[in-house]
Design a protein around this ligand. Structure first.
Ligand code: ADP
Length: 489
């Protein structure tokens, strides 16, 4: 089957969060299962070019449209970790993808609308006839609309379109004028049954457009599929999602087990195998390697070397991740005799200030490290060295860090929501709490640290259960392939 992904992120060349990991992991597994996969992405200036092989011009002089103007684009092809990637470079005066960032520009809507239109123009002009166009989140959500209303009439053929909802928080709200700029009649779409935003009737909602127009919708976990159809989880789109529920399917993400593999991880000072049957390698060896990694992390973070459990949190620091609950978990861990290492990237100035204050408060405490940064190598080392990984999300479409933690023999402590609820069972492979408040956090942290201290054999049983689980992309890719096959022209 020929699958073309259109999206805004791809690990490891342009990764902001889990979306980049999904595009990479799913595509790699689909290729392994014999499918032909291409990934279309903007040619950002921030791409990590060291991961690109065979970069060359694939298509020159591709004209695309912005209002009354036509602009030229170059399409580059390259290989990323064996994957075929097509990069769109617009020669547009607004230099859409030379901004030193993937997201966060005032004209993000125009940047990604232009990208989507140009991607469709390229597919049409280059004569591709994919079986499936698979698009991701709001940045590419206009593609199914363009396909049906503009490119089918032009004669472009694909069997069907699929939209994956990675996170409903960001929806791409804009004025009808933004649509008009890429050649759609904006005012026409300001209709309840089309792209009109449910809360602001004067606005277009791009994600809603994808939801209404795509042939199939997937969420990144089964639990999130249910949650988004409720007012609490739907971010205003619950009614339309409920109405489209027959198109909706939850498929749990996997993790890239080549990238997240403690046996080969180049960032670790001591490597260890947790692959089943893990008992072949005496469990003591795993514990020993984890201790070495823990010592390295402590030294690197200037934390005291002692007999306390190392509790960690690796996250984007945004409201979704429960920043106040993370801070509370830190305090509770210290009260209960643990150490806490936080590696968090905070773009929001308020959240950044909140954690800077926490950093100052604990600046002389050798049991605490708060690093406000995005650091891939350190993340790997912490996954390997920590005892417990705290994930107190307010909502979590899937979440990858709990699965990575399990793979590295680190026990996750999670709030019961979305993919966290699908993957972690209390006292079996982790610790779970329900209410997103301090009481909830306390209940789980207290239980976890008491078990660590008083019942090491029970603790290790939980570690082993997690390490034996399969969170590879294999199952998810099979489910996507089945879903693709079921789509009829
Ligand atoms: P989200 O996509 O909402 O950020 P996920 O759990 O799905 O959350 O994916 C997060 C990914 O980003 C994981 O691979 C995690 O290791 C990585 N990550 C998050 N924050 C950091 C950080 N500060 N430094 C390094 N890696 C991080």
């Amino acid at each position: 089957m020929h699958v073309i992904h259109i999206g805004s992120e791809l690990a490891p060349i342009a990764k902001v969060g889990g979306l980049g990991d999904v595009l990479h992991g799913l595509s790699k597994e689909l290729v392994r299962q014999g499918h032909h996969v291409e990934i279309i992405l903007p040619k950002y200036d921030v791409i990590d070019y060291s991961h690109l092989r065979s970069l060359k011009v694939h298509y020159r002089d591709l004209w695309s449209f912005d209002g009354p103007h036509r602009y030229n684009n170059t399409i580059w092809s390259a290989e990323v970790d064996g994957l075929n990637v097509l990069l769109i470079e617009p020669h547009h005066p607004d230099c859409f993808f030379s901004r030193g960032t993937v997201y966060g520009c005032r004209d993000d809507i125009d940047r990604f609308l232009y990208f989507s239109r140009t991607a469709m123009e390229f597919l049409f002009k280059s004569g591709r006839k994919p079986d499936v166009l698979h698009v991701h989140d709001w940045p590419a959500a206009i593609v199914p609309v363009l396909y049906r209303d503009m490119y089918i009439p032009l004669g472009f053929v694909t069997k069907k379109t699929v939209l994956t909802l990675h996170n409903l928080e960001h929806q791409g709200r804009c004025s009808p004028h933004n649509l008009t700029r890429i050649g759609l009649h904006g005012e026409h779409y300001l209709d309840k049954t089309l792209l009109q935003d449910p809360a602001s009737p004067q606005l277009i909602n791009l994600l809603k457009g994808g939801i209404v127009y795509a042939d199939k919708l997937t969420t990144v976990s089964p639990q999130y599929q249910q949650e988004i159809q409720t007012p609490e989880g739907g971010h205003g789109l619950d009614a339309v999602l409920h109405q489209e529920q027959l198109k909706l399917q939850g498929i749990l993400n996997g993790i890239d087990e080549d990238f997240w593999n403690p046996e080969t991880d180049p960032h670790l000072v001591a490597r260890y195998s947790t692959y089943p049957p893990y008992l072949e390698e005496p469990f003591a060896k795993i514990l020993h390697a984890k201790e070495k990694n823990k010592a390295h992390v402590r030294k690197h973070l200037r934390m005291t070397e002692n007999k306390k459990p190392l509790v960690a949190c690796i996250t984007r620091l945004v409201q979704q991740k429960g920043p106040h609950l993370i801070a509370h978990a830190l305090e509770r861990t210290l009260e209960r005799g643990g150490q806490f290492a936080l590696l968090g990237s905070a773009l929001d100035p308020e959240i950044h200030a909140f954690f800077t204050a926490l950093q100052e408060k604990h600046s002389n405490n050798p049991d605490v490290s708060i690093l406000l940064d995005y650091n891939e190598a350190l993340a790997h080392q912490i996954f390997a060295g920590a005892d417990l990984l705290v994930i107190p999300s307010i909502f979590e479409p899937c979440g990858l860090t709990q699965m990575i933690a399990l793979r590295y023999g680190t026990i996750p402590l999670v709030r019961k929501t979305g993919g966290l609820a699908d993957t972690i069972a209390d006292s079996q492979n982790g610790f779970v709490f329900e209410t997103p408040d301090q009481k909830g956090v306390n209940s789980a942290v207290d239980r976890a640290l008491a078990l660590w201290k008083n019942q090491p054999a029970e603790w290790q049983k939980i570690m082993k259960t997690g390490m034996a689980q399969d969170f590879s992309w294999k199952q998810a890719a099979l489910e996507y392939a089945t879903l693709y096959k079921a789509l009829k022209t």
